[in-house]
Design a protein around this ligand. Structure first.
Ligand SMILES: Cc1ncc(COP(=O)(O)O)c(C=O)c1O
Length: 474
């Protein structure tokens, strides 16, 4: 049943070698180049050469943004463009057959409507509060903080944004409930989605049950074994779970293929910030509540902003959900942590931003894991939800302009972080979120005393307990 999806979303794979095309100026509209800055800025631009400097997993320097106004203006220029084109720099867009354009246009129009529709927003706010359980706490992790103190008792303060406490156990429901409401408003009767770790599948199945929509979830056969508890839940929630020979990327291809066959009645509910425009923007917007709440809660707790935000990166939805609110606060460091799997040199990883090259897949341009011929290569992570060979176009852009930093941690480091949080805080994080937590080991010793670090605990780890418990046995 596995399918290579080139027949629906063309083209796939490599467009060019990256090193030579990173210059921000290349992709900017002229108006984004400040008149007086062009000369003087060039040497100070975050020249993001940075497979080595930003993504190697070992270097702790913040990005080299020395000229605040330029980065701010770059972001602003991109934001203005994205409304109409879905492009983040050169990333994103719509690489789809003509036949899908009308459908995506309709979706974009409806999305733009609901973003300004008071009734929809009110309904969504109530669902997020009473059904999802928001707002989620910003939890001060006292014992984890103590763990990172140096011999003089100094160190950063660690806070966890508790997305694991959402209904369904992950951030995925923020987006799933909003898109299901949108689909219903568009008159769609059935929802189709793909899931890897099963968290998006559970969230979508729950939203569909609540809104009385038919639900079909595609999932890779290996993932169904690895995340079997979520398969049970999806079934109990009334979804039809269809197995696909392969993993999350194959399930995604199959779900899109199914949707394309039923465009008038069915709705493809994207679980992360990838795919053709407007998906990346829409998912980001519906997840941005994470960062908005964080800003408010930080102000209430210590009267300021966080200094550093850390999130795992599978395809980008929880990272962007946390980061987006703070993009223009250049004194806030944004750190994405990818899955280094068995090590980024092992060929068994999901470090798309660290090791990928630019190409087109599933309808949009981004960094991708691909071979020398531009064929997509399989991704690996112990955190099933991180296993995707592509990544959000917006994160690809943020990497290029140096606004966000990206690092990797290995499977073993994620397992250790899972166990550490269990023992120190009595919290079992999803293995995906454990990647963000694992990075604290490298980050914390480099931070000044009192630095406020917020880690997105994107999901709960019951689904991974057996994997973690038995890890040495592998
Ligand atoms: C708990 C959790 N965190 C993170 C992810 C990664 O997805 P994203 O990068 O879109 O947040 C997943 C994906 O399934 C997940 O279940």
């Amino acid at each position: 049943m596995a399918c290579n999806f080139q027949s629906v979303f063309l083209p796939q794979g490599k467009l060019s070698r990256f090193g030579s095309i990173v210059s921000m100026k290349v992709n900017l509209p002229l108006k984004a180049q400040p008149e007086n800055d062009t000369q003087t800025m060039a040497p100070t631009m975050p020249s993001v050469t940075s497979k080595e400097t930003l993504s190697s997993g070992g270097v702790m320097c913040p990005p080299m943004i020395t000229t605040k106004s330029l980065t701010w203006r770059l972001l602003e220029a991109e934001e203005r463009k994205v409304g109409s084109t879905g492009k983040f720099g050169k990333y994103g867009g719509r690489f789809v057959p003509e036949t899908l354009i009308t459908c995506l246009d309709k979706l974009e129009a409806e999305f733009n409507l609901v973003m300004h529709d008071a009734e929809f927003q009110e309904e969504l706010a109530i669902a997020l509060r009473d059904y999802v359980g928001r707002e989620t706490p910003l939890y001060f992790a006292q014992r984890l903080t103590n763990h990172y103190k140096n011999s003089n008792g100094k160190g950063p303060e660690i806070y966890l944004k508790r997305e694991d406490l959402n209904h369904g156990g992950a951030h995925k429901i923020n987006n799933a409930i909003a898109q299901a409401m949108l689909a219903k408003r568009m008159g769609r009767k059935s929802i189709v989605a793909a899931t890897g770790a099963g968290q998006h599948g559970v969230a979508t199945a729950a939203a569909c049950a609540k809104l009385s929509l038919e639900c079909t979830i595609f999932m890779g056969s290996l993932d169904m074994e690895r995340q079997s508890s979520n398969v049970l839940l999806m079934n109990l929630l009334g979804a039809q779970v269809k197995f696909v020979d392969g993993n999350f990327k194959d399930a995604t291809s199959e779900a899109i293929r199914n949707w394309v066959g039923n465009l008038e009645t069915s709705y493809y509910l994207a679980g992360t910030a990838v795919g053709p425009h407007p998906s990346p923007t829409m998912v980001r917007e519906f997840q941005s509540i994470i960062g908005k709440e964080t800003r408010k809660q930080a102000m209430e707790k210590w009267g300021g902003k966080p200094d550093v935000l850390v999130a795992c990166v599978g395809s980008g939805s929880n990272a962007l959900g946390l980061f987006h609110e703070f993009l223009r606060d250049e004194d806030v460091r944004l750190i994405g942590v990818e899955a280094g799997g068995s090590g980024v040199d092992s060929g068994r990883h999901s470090a798309t931003l660290a090791r990928g090259e630019v190409g087109v897949y599933h309808g949009a341009m981004s960094y991708l894991l691909q071979d020398d011929e531009g064929q997509i290569v399989g991704a690996h992570s112990i955190g099933v939800g991180l296993e995707y060979p592509g990544v959000s176009p917006e994160l690809s852009f943020l990497k290029d302009i140096g606004r966000a930093e990206f690092y990797t941690v290995t499977d073993q480091e994620a397992i250790d972080a899972y166990r550490r949080l269990c023992r120190l805080e009595g919290i079992f994080p999803a293995l995906e979120a454990s990647h963000a937590l694992a990075f604290l080991e490298k980050l914390c010793p480099t931070l000044p005393h009192g630095t406020k670090v917020v880690v997105n605990c994107s999901g709960r780890g019951d689904k991974d307990a057996r994997t973690v418990f038995n890890y040495e046995l592998y």
